[in-house]
Ligand binder design. Structure first.
Ligand SMILES: C[S@@+](CC[C@H](N)C(=O)[O-])C[C@H]1O[C@@H](n2cnc3c(N)ncnc32)[C@H](O)[C@@H]1O
Length: 346
């Protein structure tokens, strides 16, 4: 599994501004030149919002970020937008409600660029990075339980499960055991302490710090990133008008699999979860897929921005079928949660 930033040797360094990934491809998938109202669910440094606003002078953007720092930094763009950019601190899992409260019950486009921003990774005090020593925090929202709370309080089995399932780290049990032994002496407080501990139990691979997968797992858990993504896909289906477009950029396999399974199911007349289950009743598809598979960055973009190398864009056009009722949505959530398990924990 590769992820934005921390999996990429080049991701660390100076406080580089965030470079948007697959920007032209996202704008094309959203038919940005046609204008309309778009939701940018992951504002970050505003790269997608700015491009959407530039594509058509009549475009309006409702942008969301759960990180108060990103929202504060974005105020200059809001001021300069002549009322075309609304920026809200919140979670993209609630994007339909946020868009409605901003005056847009139905929208023409939803774009999500999943993961952390360069600014978050590059600030040691945010505690996302094993490359800079800082408090073991990782909270995008700067509220709620932190990564330190997880590693110092979770039972060993739960910690191992998080590291295995969300980091796909085969040494998860050994890491969890070492964390428990270490915290008997003193709690783990910093990114460097955790990174050093993990490095004693995971073999180095070229271009990857041994703690890459463990840090990714904790970050996903602390921010409930997969839950947010599932919520956002359903919220987008409710918010998009017929003909509206959804574009989602992901950076690792767990997220991409969620998006793929969701879109496959919602673009099919008879979504079948498994050959072990009866065929479901035919349903009217909520989306038509754009393209046969994911769009990935070309050589030029990857050489300019190494973070783009693991990016995958999936896009779809909303049909005029109603969004699923709450019971069907609940079932879909359960299905997406039942991702294939993996063997081989050590
Ligand atoms: C990869 S960055 C987006 C970069 C942006 N596209 C740009 O061009 O600058 C992801 C951003 O999404 C935010 N984010 C992550 N999960 C979120 C969620 N559930 N709700 C709202 N914002 C979220 C992060 O705080 C971060 O600022």
């Amino acid at each position: 599994m590769t992820g934005r930033g921390e999996g990429d040797a080049d991701a660390a360094g100076g406080p580089a501004p965030h470079v948007p990934v697959l920007l032209a491809e996202c704008c094309a998938a959203l038919a940005a030149e046609a204008g309309g109202v778009h939701v940018d669910g992951t504002f970050g440094a505003g790269g997608y919002s700015v491009a959407l606003l530039a594509a058509n002078p009549a475009t309006r953007v409702v942008a969301i970020d759960r990180d108060p720092d990103a929202v504060a930094r974005g105020q200059a763009l809001v001021t300069g937008s002549a009322g075309r950019l609304t920026l809200v601190q919140g979670r993209f899992g609630e994007l339909d409600r946020i868009a409605e409260e901003a005056g847009h019950a139905q929208v023409d486009g939803v774009v999500l660029d999943i993961g952390v921003s360069s600014m978050q990774l590059d600030q040691p005090e945010r505690g996302f990075s094993f490359r800079h020593d800082g408090p073991l925090d990782m909270r995008m929202e700067q509220a709620g339980p932190s990564a330190a709370d997880l590693v110092n309080e979770l039972p060993e089995q739960d910690l191992a499960a998080i590291i295995f399932h969300l980091g796909e780290e085969r040494r998860s049990r050994a890491i969890a055991r070492a964390v428990i032994e270490r915290r008997r002496r003193a709690p783990l407080r910093t990114t460097a302490e955790l990174a050093e501990l993990v490095a004693r139990h995971v073999r180095s691979e070229p271009g990857h710090h041994p703690a890459t997968r463990t840090f990714q797992a904790l970050r996903i858990a602390v921010n409930d990133e997969l839950g947010q993504l599932v919520d956002a896909l359903h919220a987008a289906e409710r918010a998009l008008k017929p003909g509206g477009r959804l574009a989602v950029v992901t950076f690792h396999s767990l997220e991409d699999r969620l998006v793929k399974l969701f879109l496959q199911a919602r673009a099919s007349r008879s979504p079948r979860a498994s050959r072990h289950l009866p065929s479901p009743e035919p349903v009217a598809p909520g989306f038509t897929l754009l393209g046969r598979g994911p769009t990935v960055a070309g050589y030029g973009e990857v050489s300019r921005n190494p973070r783009a190398r693991s990016a995958k864009l999936r896009a779809a056009v909303r049909t005029d079928a109603p969004a699923p009722d709450p019971l069907t949505e609940l079932y879909e959530r359960t299905r997406l949660a039942g991702l294939p398990g993996q063997e081989g924990v050590s």
